[in-house]
Design a protein around this ligand. Structure first.
Ligand code: SF4
Length: 509
């Protein structure tokens, strides 16, 4: 009897060993097939169903919510030898009619719990191992079931309890303006901001001098966050100093080298210090700094995730871990957008995602090509976005032909028409020519509806703002945002938007 029992036991062990071996083999096979089919990186937080079955981790920056501001149809901005992953995703999703799926606000990636595990299972491998997720065989024999399973799997991924991402527009849930800038924009006045490069030395003399010079001519100072990879005074210290000198600051927050915790703690601290305008942006490339590039820091959040997190903290009182906070901070949230780098309809989609996530004002990169800018405005109009966020357009007077070339080739998202390069190259006084170009662009922008403000981008030579504001007559300018019916949410008619391409366009473009 004992012998028969031992034999049965051995048989059970053999069957179990065979089952384990088969599962392991299936899992390995599924992982390899996913890798070959979708370039899957086995992150375990799969977005393939949403991203037209192109793994977003193949993006050089591993962005999960859309492209960086340098994305374009030709190549990746950081690695010019390869195509931009997000451009490929958008193009394939458009062919499949699945663009709207890309509006989901996806959670940041979590670090793997078991750090010793080399890679995490792909969705197909999880099906083999745990019984949930899409079945690879169904791709051939039952595609309907295959895609339903994908959708269920994807829904589980995105609606994580601590994140609760979705694809809807969330208007701000407070009534009184959070800052003077918001108050000005709400009351229909034109806003002027100036980009200020923080000093490299620990003294605020330059900020105080600029505040004295520009007071009464501009509304806000916008402090850059270590621009172009050069270490400077922290934005929050500059913002506090600017407030003390009478100019309201906008605090720029780059997601570079910040994780979700220090981003939230900085913003909560800013609220206490009386800084209530926050501008979220994706980082500069990091290759612009003069020194050797540092080791990569945490790439925890992208702009959309930062906006989502800060909006939930302000409007729902939920912090980054999903915990409820008693006292909510108040701020006016903005995002940087890149209207000209990629196709207008793709740029409008990522803009919509930022607005849905919480952007109340949009600050563009410096604009040199007004007709491309108009195409983007048209694409925004088609998506019914005009009027959902205040639009502040950046203008930069180039110093000389080399500076213009630098902007076009090294700053992600800046597009310069070829005619402008020639105009600067053949000018007798390039500095003055740059100012004239900026004045012409401002004149064009004044002809557009739904432009609520101007951002003068001349870090290091901020004094030029005084001349631009005086000569363009912007101080008394009223933005054209209301339709004949007086409804501020009405869309711009096609004629005024396109007016710029014909009437407002500088003749020498
Ligand atoms: S251009 Fe930007 S979005 Fe596109 S692959 Fe490169 S880093 Fe990613």
């Amino acid at each position: 009897m004992w012998q028969r029992l031992a034999t049965s036991f051995q048989r059970i062990r053999a069957v179990e060993a065979w089952r384990q071996a088969r599962l392991c083999l299936e899992r390995m096979l599924a992982n390899q097939i996913d890798r070959a089919l979708f370039k899957c990186q086995s992150c375990g937080q799969c977005l393939l169903f949403q991203t037209a079955f192109i793994c977003p981790l193949t993006c050089t920056r591993e962005l999960r919510n859309g492209p960086c501001r340098g994305s374009n149809p030709h190549h990746c901005f950081i690695k010019p030898t390869r195509a931009c992953t997000w451009h490929l995703i958008y193009a394939r999703a458009e062919r499949q009619g699945a663009m709207e799926r890309l509006l989901e606000v996806n959670a940041p990636r979590a670090a793997p719990v078991n750090r010793s595990k080399a890679s995490v299972d792909t969705p197909h491998a999880q099906r083999c191992q745990h019984g949930y997720g899409p079945r690879l065989l169904d791709r051939l024999i039952n595609p309907g079931r295959y895609y339903t399973e994908w959708e269920e799997y994807h829904n589980r991924q995105r609606a994580l309890p601590w994140w609760r991402g979705d694809s809807r527009y969330h208007p701000p849930e407070y009534s009184e303006p959070a800052s003077q800038l918001e108050d000005r924009l709400r009351s229909g006045k034109f806003a002027i901001s100036v980009e200020v490069a923080p000093p490299m030395e620990p003294t605020g003399v330059r900020i105080a001098r600029l505040a004295e010079q520009l007071e009464g001519h501009v509304d806000t100072f916008n402090f850059t966050d270590n621009p172009r990879g050069v270490a400077r005074m922290g934005g929050l210290a500059c913002a506090i100093h600017s407030s003390a000198n009478g100019i309201e600051p906008v605090l720029q927050i780059q997601t570079r080298y910040r994780d979700r915790y220090n981003l939230e703690s900085e913003v909560v601290g800013a609220h206490l210090a009386g800084v209530h305008n926050i501008l979220c942006m994706c980082d500069d490339t990091g290759r612009l700094g003069p020194g050797p590039p540092p080791m990569p820091g945490p790439a925890d959040l992208d702009t959309v995730q930062a906006l989502w997190m800060l909006r939930r903290l302000r409007d729902e009182g939920v912090n980054v871990d999903g915990l409820q906070v008693e006292h909510r901070p108040r701020y006016f949230l903005g995002a940087v957008v890149s209207p000209c780098a990629t196709l207008p309809r793709y740029a409008a989609l990522i803009t919509q995602k930022k607005i849905n996530a919480g952007a109340q004002f949009l600050q563009t990169l410096p604009i040199f090509d007004l007709s491309r800018f108009c195409d983007w405005m048209e694409a925004l109009d088609k998506r019914d976005l005009l009027g959902k966020a205040y639009l502040i357009v950046a203008v930069e007077p180039p110093k000389n032909a080399n500076h213009l070339r630098f902007l076009a080739s090294e700053v992600p998202g800046v597009v310069v028409p070829s005619g402008l390069h020639a105009r600067m190259a053949y000018s007798r006084d390039p500095y003055e020519e740059g100012i004239q170009i900026a004045l012409e662009i401002i004149a064009g922008l004044k002809g557009l509806r739904w432009v609520h403000g101007l951002h003068i981008h001349a870090p290091g030579r901020e004094e030029v703002a005084l001349r631009l504001v005086r000569e363009s007559g912007l101080r008394d300018f009223t933005p054209q945002v209301e339709s004949e019916s007086g409804n501020g949410r009405d869309k711009a008619g096609s004629d005024p938007v396109l007016q710029l391409a014909t009437n407002g366009l500088p003749t020498r473009f």
